[in-house]
Design a binder for this molecule. Structure first.
Ligand code: 5AD
Ligand code: SF4
Length: 477
């Protein structure tokens, strides 16, 4: 397995890897505008990809058109991630490759957006001399002004965090879209203060978005032919909106219901759930609405109560196990996935074994697995020594990955012979003759195309083969 994480298409994906359908969409967009072009590349979490769609909308409003061709772009933006050291290194390396572009076309403006912009602020301008713009996650409305000042030769910096900004009124431009699935941001920021995490510092305080604007966005997507939305937030279970006039409160379960009511043909997913906040009300809402997918991303981080306390996760092993049991009791065919960190400060071998045993207990369909990477300014960096040698962190990570792969494989094997409802997302990467799509449990399924079917259609697929990553089957009536 590679580096410090098990990558997935959701975590590291850039705009230039996109598929043909988008090129068509992009060309349509380009025709609408003339003049300057921007290129944007996104790193990190789904929220960052979703933010890039907001950035695109803001730039297109002032006449910029998107392009995938670096050589053609007047403005190059990297929407960056700070979660682990390696994520920042990747961006730094990428920035260095722009040296040549700047040499050949000195007027090109290069900007860093997102979490690295927020974490490093003006330092980025000194460290990476070719950067002209540094814009934090809450300052994207200011981009047109900052770009103008950069065009005038000044460096543009805005890293102010906000307590209110949710970009609720901005209609995202679906840059990388397959036309079937889309993200909707329902909240921003994070108030959790996990001791290992930079997010509360880079994305600021938690704030929720007006539910009416969320429902309107889901409806608009549905009307355009989309059939699946993923509601995004760092901790969706703490979504909370108080109506300014009536003071009526909408919680996450109620928001889920509102979005599920948009249309029975619109599938709903959400990410990320926090074990301390996920309520039975959410689970019952999932159970009672067929179009809310039976899949929960419920990061455990560690299976040991002492480590969870040091991580400031505010739940312990028993609490987590109870939540998992409740999920399987209320929604028996629910899939659960997780995030796991190995080698956190002072973690012993026995405590690491607790992480292995909770993976076995929870029977995750998949996990994102990382070794601990100390981040400057976090609570852990200030309070604890990063005392587990890298070789040990990596060996523990290998053990975690091995176990998870076995469980994924075993669970996928158990799907052989079963029939699932699948939403067709597009053509398989491997074969022009196959479609790809997901079942409710978020498993990717590959199956031969059939005349008359297209992305956005629902089909029933009977599973014939399985690996630890994919299921293969064929359409049944
Ligand atoms: N080191 C390693 N992994 C981390 N994550 C967050 N911060 C760190 C860190 N400092 C992981 C957590 C989180 C996921 C998005 O990234 O598992 O849930
Ligand atoms: Fe990376 Fe976290 Fe920022 Fe997402 S919120 S881009 S994962 S640091």
């Amino acid at each position: 397995m590679n580096g410090d994480q098990l990558t997935s298409d959701l975590h590291v994906k850039t705009i230039d890897e996109s598929k043909q359908g988008d090129v068509f969409f992009q060309d349509a967009l380009v025709q609408k505008t003339d003049g300057k072009k921007f290129y944007i590349e996104s790193y990190g979490c789904q929220m960052n990809f979703s933010d890039s769609e907001i950035v695109a909308s803001i730039l297109m409003d002032v006449g910029y058109a998107p392009t995938r061709d670096l050589a053609q772009s007047d403005l190059i933006l990297l929407n960056t991630c700070s979660i682990r050291e390696k994520a920042e290194e990747t961006v730094r390396k990428r920035l260095r490759t722009f040296d040549k572009i700047k040499e050949e076309k000195p007027g090109t403006i290069i900007g860093v957006l997102g979490c690295m912009a927020e974490r490093l602020k003006k330092k980025l301008l000194d460290q990476e001399k070719l950067v002209d713009l540094v814009v934090g996650p809450d300052a994207y409305r200011d981009l047109p002004n900052l770009v103008s000042s950069a065009e005038g030769g000044d460096k543009g910096v805005n890293v102010l965090l906000s307590r209110e900004e949710t970009y609720a009124d901005i209609s995202p431009i679906r840059l990388e879209s397959n036309g079937v699935t889309a993200f909707i941001s329902i909240m921003r920021g994070c108030d959790n203060m996990c001791s290992f995490c930079v997010v509360p510092f880079t994305r600021g305080r938690e704030r929720s978005r007006d539910p009416l604007t969320i429902v309107a966005e889901a409806q608009e997507l549905f009307d355009k032919g989309y059939r699946e939305v993923t509601l995004l937030g760092q901790n969706v279970d703490s979504y909370k909106w108080t109506h300014p006039q009536s003071e009526e409160l909408t919680n996450f379960a109620q928001l889920l219901q509102l979005v599920a009511d948009v249309n029975p043909l619109l599938r709903i997913r959400f990410s990320t759930s926090h074990p301390k906040d996920i309520t039975d009300e959410v689970l019952y809402t999932m159970r009672d609405n067929k179009n809310i997918c039976n899949y929960i991303h419920l990061p455990v981080q560690s299976g040991n109560s002492r480590i969870l306390k040091l991580m400031n996760r505010t739940y312990d092993r028993e609490w987590y196990k109870e939540r998992v049991e409740s999920i399987y009791r209320i929604i028996p065919d629910c899939a659960i996935s997780s995030d796991i960190i190995t080698g956190f400060c002072t973690e012993t071998e026995e405590e690491h074994q607790d992480s292995l045993s909770i993976i076995e207990f929870a029977q995750y369909t998949m996990s994102y697995m990382f070794f601990y990477s100390e981040r400057p300014g976090t609570l852990a960096e200030r309070k604890y020594e990063d005392d587990i040698p890298e070789t040990v962190k990596k060996r523990r990570l290998t053990e975690v990955i091995r176990l998870q792969t076995q469980i994924s494989h075993r669970k996928n094997q158990a799907d052989i012979g079963q029939t699932f409802e699948v939403l067709i997302e597009g053509t398989s990467k491997r074969s022009e003759d196959d479609f790809k799509g997901r079942n409710s449990q978020n498993k990717m399924i590959i199956f031969p195309k059939q005349e008359g079917l297209k992305p956005g259609d629902y089909v029933h697929v009977k599973i014939a083969e399985a690996t630890s990553a994919t299921l293969k089957g064929s359409i049944v009536e």
